[in-house]
Design a protein around this ligand. Structure first.
Ligand SMILES: *Cc1c(COP(=O)(O)O)cnc(C)c1O
Length: 360
């Protein structure tokens, strides 16, 4: 039977003044709404006890498997307030599908897509007053699932907890979209072939933190990972997919080879590319092609993309052997692409791909 994530009988809410205070400067992932969606799973009962409750601490014993073996996955999607006050989700079924795939790889139980979407819709509806209406503001939704069985043996847990929390977020770029410098990590890898690269799991992020710190130390704000075996092929950033635009108006991104997270933003950009005069191409991209292409002018623009920041233009790639700088003032496609996706998400242009789903 489908889960319903019913509203609590007497939901409690923080005052409007609290929300208004947050809206002035929400940042990213710092504040959380009044409620959360929760459901439990056990081998015996399957999914059960689905509900909306107050946002509060989760109580788990120290022996809970997730603390020891990191059997955990998550998702990230946003709810947008349109000019008429209505609230919409962007492609939630794509996140639901990916969550199922991630669950499979981490040996967690599948949460049916329908239940995933209900959990997100119900929380968004109950806490709709938290969805901000400012420029590039939204409500970021974070579904996650973790092993909750008290057992130190190594096997997939027999009990699991699913939670969705929500956080009002502002524009990723406080002072307008700013191009970033990227450090190419060849010393450390994010994932390897046969690993968890195409699953959205916390463990991948844990593995990316040290190389990310090293990127900061080099004056860069993000790290770009290449394949672990040959160090030759570009994969993605720690939490964003990688794109380049060629002088021939091709929009190129590495093909999904099992090591790359299949981003919803990535897929959406490939889909809208022809509407903006770009030819979408998925194929392997070597580091050498990019560094040479920047130098010769064959590659005009680079950017990273993901739900949080939509599109982040890349100004330069750096590694031990040098720095390769894009002339960002000559970039003509990156910002129109970014605006096009935002226009769909905020209901300013027609949703010709049927991506938006109204909540309230
Ligand atoms: C979530 C994520 C992305 C971006 O995916 P979107 O669905 O576009 O937000 C890219 N890379 C990694 C590693 C991710 O976890």
């Amino acid at each position: 039977m489908a889960l319903s994530f019913d509203f609590p009988d007497n939901p409690s809410f923080l005052g409007d003044d609290v929300i208004e205070g947050v809206w002035d400067d929400p940042g990213f992932g710092q504040y959380f709404t009044d409620h959360m969606s929760v459901a439990s799973w056990t081998v015996e009962e399957g999914w059960h006890n689905d509900r909306l409750t107050d946002y509060a601490q989760i109580s788990m014993e120290p022996a809970s498997a997730v603390y020891h073996y990191a059997q955990e996955i998550f998702e990230g999607l946003k709810a947008y307030r349109h000019a008429d006050g209505s609230v919409w989700l962007f492609r939630p079924e794509a996140n639901a599908k990916r969550f199922e795939n991630s669950a499979h790889r981490l040996a967690l139980p599948a949460l049916p897509a329908e239940d995933f979407i209900t959990s997100v819709r119900q929380l968004t509806a109950l806490d709709a007053r938290w969805v901000p209406g400012g420029a590039e503001q939204s409500l970021y939704l974070r579904p996650f699932m973790m092993a909750s069985e008290n057992f130190l043996g190594v096997r997939p847990a027999h009990s699991v907890l699913y939670v969705v929390i929500a956080s009002p977020v502002g524009s990723y770029f406080a002072g307008g979209v700013a191009p970033v410098d990227i450090w190419i990590s060849t010393e450390y890898s994010r994932v390897a072939t046969g690993g968890t690269g195409s699953a959205k799991c916390g463990g991948n992020y844990a593995a990316s933190l040290l190389p990310q710190e090293l990127a900061y130390a080099q004056g860069c704000s993000q790290v770009l990972f290449v394949d672990a075996a040959s160090k030759r092929w570009i994969e993605e950033l720690g939490g964003m997919n990688f794109f380049m635009i060629t002088a021939d108006d091709e929009l190129v991104t590495p093909e999904l080879n099992g090591n790359i997270l299949p981003g919803v933003t990535r897929d959406s950009l490939l889909t809208v590319a022809p509407d903006l005069g770009l030819k979408p191409i998925e194929r392997p991209i070597s580091l050498e092609e990019v560094t040479t292409g920047i130098t010769t002018g064959a590659i005009r623009e680079l950017f990273a993309c993901g739900t949080a920041a939509v599109i982040t233009p890349i100004r330069s790639l750096k590694n031990e052997s040098g720095e390769y700088i894009i002339d960002v003032d000559k970039a003509t496609h990156t910002i129109p692409l970014r605006n096009h996706l935002l226009d769909i998400q905020y209901g300013r242009i027609a949703d010709s791909h049927g991506w938006m789903q109204q909540v309230c």
